[in-house]
Design a protein around this ligand. Sequence first.
Ligand code: NI
Length: 135
Amino acid sequence: MRVSVFRKEHFNAAHRLWNSKWSDEKNVEVFGKCCNPNYHGHNYDLVVQVTGEIDPETGYVIDMKILSKIIREQILRRFDHKNLNADTEEFRQLNPTAENIVVVIYNILRPLLDDRLELKIKLYETERNYAEYPA
Ligand code: NI
């Protein structure tokens, strides 16, 4: 019996979309307001999905206290109230799009969970725009 459990979290962060290999003009053409030099913020909603068998002894797929602690310590502490481009190692070179952020979050959390558990990350950048990984 495989079941998915979900932990929803929230963080605020600033970013600027930018490709340093391109000219200023090309960046403005592709990213528009999203590449404004003084950054802009988002209220990100993060949904971490863990799928696996129900442990017959606990009745849990994963103990949500443990999952929420891992997310808090590994993701929120790292990204909440940060400027992603300027304050984080992960996005110093990598464009902080929702697509890249979900992959980064997945890669941070994956090794911390039991191999038998499946992981999926969903990140809402706005109410209407979100990214999911793995697709
Ligand atoms: Ni943005």
